[in-house]
Design a protein around this ligand. Structure first.
Ligand code: ZN
Ligand code: ZN
Length: 336
C-alpha cells in the first residue's frame, strides 16, 4: 500500500473536513478525550509511516497513539509518535531506523528554517532576531542561564554586581547582558581571515593613556574612552594608536594580551573574579592590567587581575575608583 492509498486519503480528508467516517483520532477529538494539538500530532505521525504499512495497520497505530495521547502532553506525544510504528512492527531495528529517519527529516527542516537578521536601530543599539534548531537553541539557553546564574547566587555576589540604583529583577535585561558578555568571549582565532572578526579602533595616544574622549571604530560606531580601554584588555579589539600628527604610534611593548599559560597560572591563585564579594567563576573572567598597559603596565602575572565582565567594565569606568585590599580583592567606590 502507498501513501496515496484511497482508504488512507479518504481518512485524511475526512479528518480535515470533519466527514462522517471517523478514525480513532477523530472520534477521540470529537468526544473531547484528546485535544486538537494531540490530534494534529497523530495525523502527522500517520503521514510519516512507511509506505508499506497497510490501512488496517495504520488504524492499529492510530489507536495506540490515541491511548498515549490521554497521558502525554502534545510535545511528549510527538516524541512518542516517532516510534508509533512499534504498534505493528515487531522488529525493533526497523522501528529504530524509522525513528532515525524521522529525526533526520526534522533536523533538515529545522536547518532550512535557520535564520539570523540584525537591524541597526540608529540609536546605539542593534536588534536581532534568530531561528535556530532546538538543540542549539536550548544550548544557547543553557549558556545564557549559566552566565546569569551567579547573579542569583550568594548575597555578596548580588550586592557586588548590583549598581547603586540598578534593578536586577529584569531578566530580559540580565539575559541581554549575558549575550553581550558571550559575544565578547567568542573565540575568533580559527576564523579566516581573523581580522574580519576583530574590530579595529583608531584612537589618539592620549585616549589610550587616560583622556576622556570617545573613539571611532572601523565599523563607524563610537565607543567611550572607558570601553576602549576595557576592550583593549581583550583580544577582540586592535587599537591603532595615532600621535598628535595622525601617525601610528609604536607603543614599544609587544605583548598587550596575557598568554594562555599566564591565564592558567593565575587560575591557581584565583577561583573567582577579584572584585570584593563577587563569585563569578575565574573561567569567565577577563584579565585586566592593574597598572594599565597603555600607561606602561607590564603583561606579567603580578600585574594581572581577573575581573568578570561587569567588574571589568567598572574598573574602566571613570565614575568609579578602586582600591586593593590586603587580601588582594578590589573594592569599588563611586566618585562624588
Ligand atoms: Zn581592563
Ligand atoms: Zn565580578
Amino acid at each position: 500500500m502507498t501513501r496515496t492509498d484511497p482508504v488512507v486519503a479518504q481518512r485524511q480528508v475526512g479528518l480535515a473536513q470533519g466527514l462522517e467516517q471517523r478514525t480513532a483520532a477523530q472520534a477521540a477529538l470529537a468526544s473531547g478525550v484528546i485535544s486538537a494539538e494531540h490530534a494534529a500530532v497523530i495525523v502527522a505521525a500517520d503521514r510519516q509511516l512507511p509506505t508499506g504499512v497497510t490501512a488496517s495497520q495504520r488504524e492499529v497505530v492510530e489507536q495506540s497513539l490515541v491511548e498515549k495521547a490521554q497521558e502525554l502532553s502534545p510535545a511528549m506525544l510527538r516524541r512518542a509518535a516517532r516510534r508509533a510504528l512499534e504498534a505493528v512492527e515487531p522488529d525493533v531495528s526497523v522501528v529504530d531506523a524509522h525513528e532515525n529517519e524521522l529525526v533526520v527529516n526534522e533536523e533538515d527542516r529545522a536547518r532550512s528554517k535557520t535564520r539570523l537578521t540584525l537591524h541597526e536601530n540608529g540609536d546605539g543599539t542593534v536588534t536581532g532576531h534568530f531561528t535556530v534548531p532546538s538543540a542549539q537553541g536550548m544550548l544557547l539557553k543553557k549558556i545564557i542561564d549559566t552566565i546569569t546564574a551567579p547573579r542569583r547566587g550568594r548575597l555578596g555576589a548580588a550586592q557586588a554586581q548590583v549598581g547603586e540604583r540598578e534593578c536586577r529583577t529584569d531578566w530580559d535585561r540580565a539575559r541581554g547582558e549575558a549575550l553581550v558578555e558571550l559575544i565578547e568571549h567568542l573565540p575568533v582565532d580559527h576564523l579566516h581571515p581573523r581580522s574580519a572578526a576583530t574590530v579595529v579602533i583608531t584612537l589618539s595616544e592620549d585616549v589610550l593613556r587616560g583622556a576622556l574622549r570617545a573613539a571611532g571604530l572601523d565599523t563607524g560606531e563610537m565607543l567611550s574612552a572607558g570601553e576602549v580601554r576595557r576592550l583593549a584588555c581583550t583580544a577582540h579589539l586592535i587599537p591603532v594608536v595615532l600621535n598628535g600628527k595622525g601617525n601610528p604610534v609604536d607603543l614599544g611593548r609587544s605583548a598587550r594580551l596575557f598568554s594562555e599559560a599566564q591565564r592558567v597560572a593565575l587560575g591557581l591563585v584565583h577561583q573567582t573574579c577579584a572584585a570584593d564579594g563577587c563569585d563569578r567563576p575565574y573561567a569567565w573572567c577577563e584579565l585586566h592590567h592593574l597598572h594599565e598597559w597603555a600607561l606602561g603596565g607590564r603583561t606579567d602575572l603580578a600585574n594581572a587581575v581577573p575581573l568578570c565582565h561587569f567588574h571589568h567594565q567598572r574598573i574602566h569606568d571613570h565614575r568609579y575608583q578602586h582600591t586593593r585590599t590586603r587580601s588582594g580583592s578590589i573594592l569599588f567606590t563611586r566618585r562624588t
